[in-house]
Design a protein around this ligand. Structure first.
Ligand code: URA
Length: 230
């Protein structure tokens, strides 16, 4: 909500009051005097009027988790443990996932209570690379490199996948960089070559690398620059 609307929504102020308070430099947004009523007030914003706190602002929370295999990327599930069960944090019901990994995929998963941020991370137009280490049942056909770079037709969605980079590291191991996140995308891409994935691990999203110090199941809070990288 805009700051001027936030102020005029308070029972004691109307729109003109709000304008005057702002013009008089009496309003602080996140600790800074604010004269611009168009500025956005979020649930995480601190809003003060003179010495009075109008809204304390909720703490925004951002975590990276090393998702283990066998834990479901959801906030609740009738059968499986969810990734939220791995967090020793208060109010986990407030948190949601910025992207998903399949049950049998491991690696970098982002968790937050900031919906604007997670929308940015997962927006289809966000072409930031997601890097996966892939182990396959059969040797990887070198033709995959060109086919993945050209894009593969996905009949269900009726689209061609964005160019993806495949680097073959060993006969059955590759690094795959995607610039989107379609349902079971990596499995379907290798499925096109009748090659089954036996292990799939996400190592990075955008500039953010999975912290190597985190064992499967462990997590840590993101640093400010990591949050800002999306
Ligand atoms: N592609 C898949 O097939 N599975 C994942 O978990 C992520 C990408």
């Amino acid at each position: 909500m805009r700051l001027d609307r936030f102020l005029s929504n308070l029972p004691r102020f109307n729109r003109q009051d709000a304008r005057q308070l702002l013009a008089g430099g009496r309003v602080r947004l996140d600790g800074q005097p604010c004269f611009d009523g168009r500025r956005e007030v979020r649930i995480f914003s601190r809003v003060e009027l003179d010495e009075e706190v109008l809204q304390a602002g909720k703490a925004a929370r951002y975590f990276m988790l090393h998702k283990p295999i066998g834990v479901v990327s959801a906030t609740e599930h009738p059968e499986h443990r969810t990734v939220l069960d791995l967090l020793d944090e208060p109010d986990t019901h407030d948190l949601h996932l910025a992207g998903r990994l399949d049950l049998n995929t491991s690696g970098l998963l982002l968790i937050t209570n900031d919906g604007q941020w997670s929308r940015r991370v997962t927006a289809p137009q966000n072409k930031q690379p997601k890097v996966y280490l892939v182990d396959t049942e059969d040797p990887i056909d070198p033709a995959c490199v060109e086919v993945f770079a050209a894009g593969l037709y996905f009949r269900f969605e009726d689209l061609v996948t964005r160019p993806a980079e495949l680097e073959i590291l060993a006969p059955r191991r590759a690094r795959l960089t995607l610039h989107e996140g379609r349902y079971h995308q990596v499995k379907r891409m290798f499925g096109h070559f009748q090659n089954k994935i036996v292990d799939l691990h996400r190592v990075s999203m955008g500039a953010l690398q999975l912290d190597e110090r985190l064992c499967p199941g462990q997590y840590r809070a993101l640093e400010a620059d990591e949050i800002g990288s999306f």
